[in-house]
Design a protein around this ligand. Structure first.
Ligand SMILES: N[C@@H](CCC(=O)N[C@@H](CS)C(=O)NCC(=O)O)C(=O)O
Length: 241
């Protein structure tokens, strides 16, 4: 069974006022769907509607030991088998098993190592620069939820992250590690991290960059000064839609 437009999958994604995908995690799934040329349609959910919508579909919540939130996007509905899958890693495994061609390498020592080093280098700056600015692209309804839940986790107002030059300090503090991570991405002559074809590691990095770009173009431009990130991002542009 497919839906009326013959899509194979419904992708539950996170809504924003720009009406595009902005979650770095959903971008990983989206890039994979696009790379494998799987037809899908998107259902954008406002943050506070994720749990009520997905629970109503009969999806079991995440175990509390596995996730801060009971329900999350990305979630997919594979229409022909009527299977719902929540969690990007589980979705990636399912897509690779169900649509093996073209193959996408999800786990590899080199890919994991590089993605981890890029995350360690850029992650702290992304948290400070991106998180508070997400408020700028959420609807008032989602803003209230986002502020309440994230400030509850952080233990302070979102705006504090941008006060007292904290943002510049973290980018400066991380600069050397960022440069090292960027060089690592340039080491190989191949277009992608693991060779001539993309892998999940490329999508991990590109998803975060595209998310930052949607939240605030300046953060993205700052990242693009690192040639390694620029190379990965540009290589993945064909799979972005
Ligand atoms: N482990 C999950 C994490 C997904 C996740 O945290 N998604 C966020 C959006 S980026 C979410 O759905 N949050 C629900 C909430 O804040 O209530 C995965 O990899 O899919």
């Amino acid at each position: 069974m497919t839906d009326s437009t013959m899509n194979e999958i419904v992708l539950y994604d996170l809504a924003c006022t720009k009406n595009v995908c902005f979650s770095p995690i959903v971008w990983r799934t989206r890039l994979m769907l696009n790379y494998k040329r799987i037809s899908y349609r998107t259902v954008f959910l406002e943050l506070p509607d994720i749990a009520p919508t997905l629970s109503k579909l009969g999806i079991a919540p995440h175990a509390s030991s596995a996730s801060k939130y009971e329900y999350t996007v990305p979630t997919i509905h594979h229409l022909s088998t009527n299977t719902y899958i929540m969690d990007s890693d589980a979705i990636a495994s399912f897509l690779n098993a169900t649509y093996p061609d073209p193959e996408l390498i999800i786990k590899s020592e080199l890919g994991n190592d590089i993605a981890t080093r890029v995350r360690r280098a850029f992650g702290p700056a992304f948290i400070i620069s991106v998180t508070p600015r997400e408020m700028g692209i959420l609807s008032p309804y989602a803003q209230e939820y986002f502020r309440r839940t994230r400030e509850g986790e952080l233990g302070h107002p979102l705006e504090d992250m941008l006060s007292d030059n904290k943002e510049e300090e973290v980018w400066e503090r991380q600069a050397m590690e960022m440069e090292t991570a960027s060089k690592l991405l340039l080491k190989d002559q191949n277009q992608f991290i693991l060779g001539a074809q993309p892998s999940y590691a490329d999508f991990f990095i590109t998803g975060s960059l595209q998310s930052a770009r949607t939240v605030d173009e300046e953060i993205f431009e700052r990242c693009m000064k690192y040639a390694g990130l620029q190379k990965v991002y540009n290589s993945c542009v064909p799979y972005m839609k």
